[in-house]
Design a protein around this ligand. Sequence first.
Ligand code: GDP
Ligand code: MG
Length: 636
Amino acid sequence: MKTLVLATAGHVDHGKTTLVRALTGVETDRLAEEKRRGLTIELGRAYRELPDGRVLGIVDVPGHERFVGTMLSGVSGIDAALLVVAADDGPMPQTIEHLRILSLLGVRQSLVALTKTDLVDGHRVAEVTRQIQELLAASPLAEAPIFPISAATAAGVEPLETAIANLRTEDRSLDALFHLAIDRSFIAPGRGLVVTGTVSSGVIRVEDAVLLHRGAQPAHPARVRGIEVAGRGTDQASAGMRCALDLAGPDVDRGTVGRGDWVSDPAMTDVSDRLDVLLPPGTALSERRRDDMPVHFHIGAADRAGRLALLGDAAGDGQEGTWARVRLSEPVLAVTGDRFVLRDGSAQNTIGGGIVIDPFGPARGRAKPDRLAELGALAEADPRTALEGLAGFGPVGQGLFARRRGLPEAAVTTLLQTSPRLFAVPRAELIWLHQDWLSFLEECQAAVEAAHSAHPELAGMDRSAFLRALSVRPQPGLLDAALGYLTETGTLSHRHGVWAHPEHEPKLSDGDEAFWARIGPLLRSDGTPPPVVHELAKSLGQDPEVVGRHLVRIARAGRLVRIGRNRFVPPGDLDRLAAALPQMENGFTVADFRSTTGLGRNFTIEVLEYFDRAGITRREGDRRLIRPHTIAHSAT
Ligand code: GDP
Ligand code: MG
């Protein structure tokens, strides 16, 4: 099924509901209060089939200034708008405010109905037509045609119908993860909880698992039992369609879900309360340079209290407008590219709007020049261009990028495969520019060469030595990925947290060499723990401090590993002990390990604590798990 979603807009009493009735035969003012007051309070919905087979869905919005929030919840994700202006009144405050909202939400197709022409003369029709044209001229809807109409005589309704039938259904990406902003929920007999709204992105099918996002509460799992589009049961709905979803799940009932909540693909687990946004040029906001302005943030069907801070001019970052940070009292489900509208703190006036650029703004450094430049890259509509731009600032977390864009991780993998510039850093879940990755590998290698020539007596570099040597502090996971790669390819050798050139032979002084010749045999394992420093000193008849200093230098040269203050162990022995770690699914205890090695308790604990620090094992309570494929970190 293909649909066309149209929303009305315009001042109260200008004839929106009457026109919807004339177009569809449906009376959308159904509440008793609406009938009594002759006023739309809730969103109305009417459907009819178009000649080309598409189903037209009209959302009839309230025009009264008190219900602009409701109007906003009805116009998110629509294909087109029908702005209604009465010929007797002409443009009024909500004509202007609704027009502004449509522009801010990026609605690209609009028609104007000039109603109640039966109440005025031709002169007045011409005058109001001119006023409307002037209003539109300054907006993105300048091209919208104007149709003079009388609902009383049905004059002019037909040409409007034809124009509606010729509106395009906007193309929307179906690659993104499914989500829908809920604008209504109710309990239907035999169906349970039903939520309605326009699908923002992706596709939803009957029996799909979903997550319900309800303000600050944790996301709640549910299942789709049924889908209705335009009042008809169907097995799927896709982006841009208005639909009703029957939901089932533990704890899913009325009162828990409603307008301003979201239902999404289970992969969209994160909600946002700290968003970085772009305010387009010309919004009144840019003149009100206040650091912490109270606002109402309207996104999807939600209205959240929040605070807005301007961060800087976007012109230098390749975008037009102003960067801003929005902090919300309660989180929303947002992705890059989502449109929003801002009303002032008292919810009286629409003061601006814009586009979400990063739904997960960082806690620190929000206005630093680098961060704003990064926002410039993120703002690119094409995800591949955005990812390539972003990767220029350093490695990008694959999962975070997917979550920001609302894309499945597979879509990001495809982007990666089709971009020769991008590179998936092995085992690190990071994406970087291939060129920058290669430079980083070179920098790591160069650091090792430099270390060897400056300190030929050392075995090589540990992790902290790399962090000191590198020009920029690498992102978490990146250094390990690079060192792992260099080790696997044989460019570097790695032993017990120390990386070196494979041919590097650390040079000991003659004194240390002579000392090593004497104590080497004493330390070699024969199934008993190697002696600690003072035991060695005793059997050599030497000062423990002197012995300790020899041992430290020998350990730095890689012939011993210092696993405790007073304990030095040959690396080969540690390798054998690591290979003997008990492979037990729920981890092993000290006793388990002792029963395989037969070693004493104190030494066993020292070894295991060393393995924990080296990243070979992970301790959980009194059990330990062997870490899969980890790169041993420096233990010292
Ligand atoms: P809305 O608030 O914009 O939805 O306005 P309504 O559709 O509720 O209409 C407000 C009033 O204007 C109602 O009493 C309608 O009957 C009347 N009305 C609407 N369209 C026309 C029209 O074209 N001609 C005349 N004479 N009255 C109209
Ligand atoms: Mg109405």
